[in-house]
Every structure is written in C-alpha cells, then in structure tokens.
Design a protein around this ligand. Structure first.
Ligand code: SF4
Length: 387
C-alpha cells in the first residue's frame, strides 16, 4: 500500500471533484433524501427481526429456483463456496467486500482454481496484491502512472506510463473479455436482497457484474445478512440511494437476478435453464452481524449501504488514507465494521477507533443518518475500559 505522500497525491486528484459531483446529484434529484429516509426505516425493521427476514429470504430464493445458504462465519462461508466451486475452475468475480471479508479469492486459488477480479479497481489491486483502499473505489490510492506501471508489468508489456486512462481501460477490457467468455462460475456481491421475492440487486457502471452474473453457467452471490430489505421496492430504493450518494446517478447498470435463467415460451411452462446461468446460489453471511444487531449502539453500523461518502468527509481518512483500518475495512464506516466482524473487545479495533477526532462530517454526509461518531465513541469507551 502507498505511503502518506503518494496517498495525498492520489486523494487530492479525486476528492474535490467527487464531493462536488455528489452534491450536484443530490441538488438535482432531491427525492433521494425521502427515499433514503424510507430505506432507513425498512432496514431498521429488518435488523430488529433478522431471523424472520433471513428465513423469508432463503425461502423466496428457493421459490425462484435458486439455492440459499446461511454461513455463520468466514470459515463456514469459505467451506460452502469451496464445495460449490470445486477445483480446476475458471472464476470471474464482481466487486464484493464480503468476499474480501471472508477471504474467498485466495481460498479458491489455493484450491487450484483460476480466479479473476473483474471490477477495474479490484483487478488492479489483485495485480498489486493489495487490499481495497475505499469501499467503492478500491484503487483510489493508485495514480494513473502507478496503474500503468502495474498493467505493463502484469498483463501487457506494451503499455507505457504516458498512456491515457482510456488506453489503460482498453487493455484491461481486452484481457478480461476472454476470462468472462471462458468462465465456469461468476461470483458477485449484492447491494440488496429482497426478502419477499428472493431477488438480488447489484449496481455498477462497468458492465462487469452483468457479465459475471449472466455469462458463466453458475452464478454465486455472497453477501451480508444486513443487505436484506423487506421487499423488492426497497431493493430499488437501496440501489438508487447507494449510487447517488456514491456519486454516480443514475447508475449505468442495475442488475436484478431472481434465480437461474428460464423460459416459458413453450406452452407457458417455466423451463430452466435458458440462455443465462443454469444454477443460482445465494450465500448469506452472518460473521458477527446478528450479534451486532442485538447491541444497543453497534446495531446502527448494519444500516450502512456502503456508498463510501463518509470517507470523503473524514479528516483522518483524507490525511492517512486506507492505513486507517484493518483490511478489508477502513475509513469511518470501517471502524464500525471491524467492530461488527471482529468483536467489540478486539484490541486492534479499539486502537483504530482511537484515531477518530469526531469531526462529524461522516454523520452529516451519511444517507442512512448513522451516528458514526457516537458508535466510534462507544467502541473507544469499551476499549479504554478494557485497559
Ligand atoms: S456509513 Fe453512511 S456514508 Fe459511510 S459508507 Fe455507510 S451509508 Fe455510506
């Protein structure tokens, strides 16, 4: 990962334009604030009744011809996915922080599979053997010069450092096209999972998630239980709010998957598969979330829709960057998320929280109105009491 000097160079190129762009989106589409408020209420309802909604979601996925699994922790999630995938497979992955959280990519590589991240930022950090530096912009710490150097080293010796971003993206597009077409399995995350229908929603702008979820014969979704929303309507709210506060509105693609592909074109009988995947699997990961849901303060972290806006309004992240956190989670929401998955009594989590100065920009910028400074204050208090 970068040192502070190169971090400052990279973040200074993106910070102001991103803040202005998001502000313009929110000024132009004011209805997003109302939708965000409704979404928060719906997510509160799910967090208070997690068991009920997990059960309902899993049944809904089975109703549309998919298979659903609940993984209590990272080890169980790896085991489930390992059994589904097997060995000697070609795998393409869409962007998923939960896949990082449970260590999927390396686990599948160790089993003898070929695995490629297909989101450009994720692809770059896979090549660099690093962790994401931001929840939705994983390679934000890389300047275009560093990206060019990396691509030259790993995939195309003809690339030089003076190449434009357009040229760099073209090289990656060429490289990944073949991977999509030959993949046995596509693995993606999810922005929302609708309990009433078993539909999974995934937003993106690159087109890689669409190809990951449609081209290979098997599509596996791995996501946290907090991504469940009561109905499909709220699933659409979630992707609208996430993309707008994440500074791209409308999102270029909204992918909805409800089970494997099918057709009813012959005598109106539903037949599976058709042209898309033959199999659809949803792995819901707990990994500390249901415990956090019962905590009087930490539960609020589960409202996070991972838009990444709080990072850009945080003086600590702006100054020291992705090193503020425990991989894969960093930044203000990362402090809370590390407490969720590692536990409130984890010493490293407490030490990370101690760097927060409670400037409050995170709370002000959060679409879910999560009181991040209060949650971090709580983590700090428990840590200091434990010393
Ligand atoms: S805490 Fe709020 S602002 Fe930060 S990533 Fe989550 S939803 Fe977005």
């Amino acid at each position: 990962m970068n040192d502070v000097k190169s971090w400052n160079e990279a973040i200074n190129r993106v910070l102001e334009p991103t803040i202005i762009k998001t502000k313009n989106i929110l000024d132009n589409y004011k209805y997003l604030y109302d939708i965000a408020d409704k979404l928060r209420k719906a997510k509160e309802e799910v967090i208070k009744n997690l068991g009920y909604y997990i059960d309902k979601t899993m049944k809904s996925v089975e109703m549309v011809g998919g298979t659903s699994y609940l993984a209590r922790d990272s080890e169980e999630a790896r085991k489930i996915i390992g059994e589904l995938v097997g060995t000697n497979k070609k795998i393409v992955m869409g962007k998923s922080m939960v896949a990082y959280e449970v260590g999927i990519r390396q686990y599948l590589i160790n089993m003898g599979n070929e695995v490629w991240e297909t989101d450009l930022g994720e692809f770059l950090i896979q090549l660099a053997d690093e962790y994401p530096s931001h929840i939705i912009a994983p390679a934000i710490h890389m300047t275009k010069e560093r990206a060019a150097q990396l691509l030259k080293e790993k995939i195309d010796p003809n690339i030089d450092e003076s190449r434009s971003p357009e040229d760099l993206v073209k090289s990656v597009r060429k490289f990944l096209r073949a991977k999509f077409l030959n993949a046995d399995i596509g693995i993606s995350g999810a922005n929302a999972v609708a309990a009433d229908t078993g539909a999974v929603l995934m937003i993106e702008n690159e087109g890689n998630i669409r190809m990951t979820s449609v081209l290979p014969p098997t599509h596996i979704v791995i996501t946290g239980i907090e991504k469940i929303v009561p109905t499909l309507e709220y699933g659409f709210y979630e992707v609208m709010v996430q993309s707008a506060f994440g500074s791209l509105y409308p999102p270029t693609y909204v992918n909805l998957t409800a089970g494997p592909s099918s057709t009813a074109d012959i005598e109106h009988n539903r037949v599976r598969p058709a042209q898309g995947p033959k199999e659809f699997h949803l792995i819901l990961v707990d990994n500390g979330r249901s415990k956090a849901a019962r905590d009087p303060v930490l539960w609020e972290a589960l409202l996070c829709i991972r838009c990444g806006r709080c990072y850009f309004h945080c003086p600590i992240y702006k100054t020291i960057g992705p090193s503020w956190g425990i991989p894969p989670y960093n930044g203000p929401t990362g402090v809370m998320w590390n407490a969720v998955i590692r536990g409130l009594n984890n010493k490293n989590v407490g030490e990370t929280a101690m760097l927060c100065v409670h400037a409050g920009g995170c709370k002000e910028s959060c679409p879910m109105k999560i009181n991040i400074p209060e949650v971090i204050h709580y983590i700090k208090t428990l840590y200091l009491r434990s010393l």
